[in-house]
Design a protein around this ligand. Structure first.
Ligand code: ZN
Ligand code: ZN
Length: 344
């Protein structure tokens, strides 16, 4: 099969590899589409702690069809279209698994990071962690829900965003453009923050009522006036330290900043004023992808038409160039690897 294999930090190559065999409880999935996420760059660069074990096939926004199952996995899955997300396994028994925090399980498995992902013709996944999807529909359009969608859906939950609340989405890339729509779907009012005029225009098209550049000195005042004191929540999806610092300044007193994007490496630290938090009772919460119930809810909203990813298909041979474009911030919406057609 075709596979994008990382041999070591910064060393990605397109190659032929054997089709993996599903182990007990796993499904073998023929990949139709796999979104290209900023986290894949970190898997390639090895700049997160801990770095992944190489060789590794990245990719964690997978839509495909089950072609075989191993051991005690249900044969009824064979032929079904499924989604595979970053959250690829957990023990099911620990204190976190039992309280809605299964992504924090000490035995957590991460697709495209601790196990091989979807930048290939086939991957295996734990059968009890795949999301069932309908047969019809464009897999390229659906793929971004599996990471960008579920991640921002949970982020809004972590902030307790409800109808009528103002939410600022900082960074309108792959995650942010989904966040705008998931926030709108729950009746929130949205402001988008992004340096790119093209991405700001996309945010407006998707329902943001205001879109400002972080470099605009008047931007913060405009947001504060529009929201009568600042947004109730700020979701930071931009993987840039300054965006996290600005979000804490911007959020209204008593509001919540949700950290979602991950800068990685030397950029993975911010300057934080203690009094800015304590005097104004602001909260900062982290949000880490999503649990299986989050994924189901995010997928169902997309299937109901409340959320539509803005996608650009990428052929397997063009994957390295697409990753480079993402690294340079030149991607609007989500670019998605389309594995249908040639190869296998
Ligand atoms: Zn991702
Ligand atoms: Zn657990």
């Amino acid at each position: 099969m075709r596979a994008a294999i990382i041999d070591g930090p910064g060393r990605l190559r397109l190659a032929q590899a054997p089709v993996p065999a599903p182990r007990d409880g796993e499904a073998l999935i023929r990949v139709e589409a796999c979104g290209i996420c900023h986290s894949d760059l970190h898997a390639i660069d090895g700049d997160w702690t801990p770095p992944p074990a190489y060789p590794l096939i990245p990719g964690h926004e997978v839509v495909g069809r089950v072609v075989a199952v191993g051991g005690d996995a249900s044969p009824s899955l064979i032929g079904r279209r499924v989604g595979v997300a970053w959250h690829g396994g957990a023990c099911g028994r620990c204190a976190w698994c039992r309280t809605g925090f299964e992504t924090l399980c000490p035995e957590v498995e991460m697709t495209g990071y601790t196990r091989n992902g979807g930048f290939a013709d086939y991957l295996t996944a734990r059968a009890d962690f795949v999301a069932l999807l309908p047969d019809e529909g464009d897999p390229v359009a659906l793929a971004p829900v599996l990471c960008a969608g579920v991640t921002t859906y949970r982020g809004l939950n972590r902030a307790g965003v409800g109808a009528g609340d103002w939410v600022a989405v900082s960074g309108v890339g792959g995650l942010g453009h989904m966040a705008v729509q998931y926030a709108r779907a729950r009746g929130a009012r949205v402001i988008a923050i992004d340096p790119s005029p093209e991405r700001r225009a996309l945010a407006t098209q998707l329902g943001a009522e205001e879109a400002v550049s972080p470099d605009d000195p008047a931007g913060r005042d405009r947001i504060t006036a529009l929201t009568d004191g600042g947004p109730r929540a700020v979701l930071v999806t931009a993987p840039v330290a300054s965006a996290f610092e600005r979000a804490i300044e911007l959020v209204r007193p008593g509001g919540v900043v949700v950290f979602i994007g991950l800068p990685g490496g030397d950029a993975d630290g911010i300057r934080l004023s203690v009094s800015a938090l304590s005097n104004w009772e602001k909260s900062v919460v982290g949000s880490n992808v999503g649990s299986r119930p989050d994924l189901r809810a995010a997928v169902d909203l997309a299937l109901a038409g409340a959320v539509t990813a803005h996608v650009t298909p990428v052929s397997f041979d063009d994957l390295p160039q697409a990753l480079e474009a993402l690294r340079r911030g030149r991607v609007s919406g989500r670019w998605v690897l389309d594995m249908r057609g040639r190869g296998a």
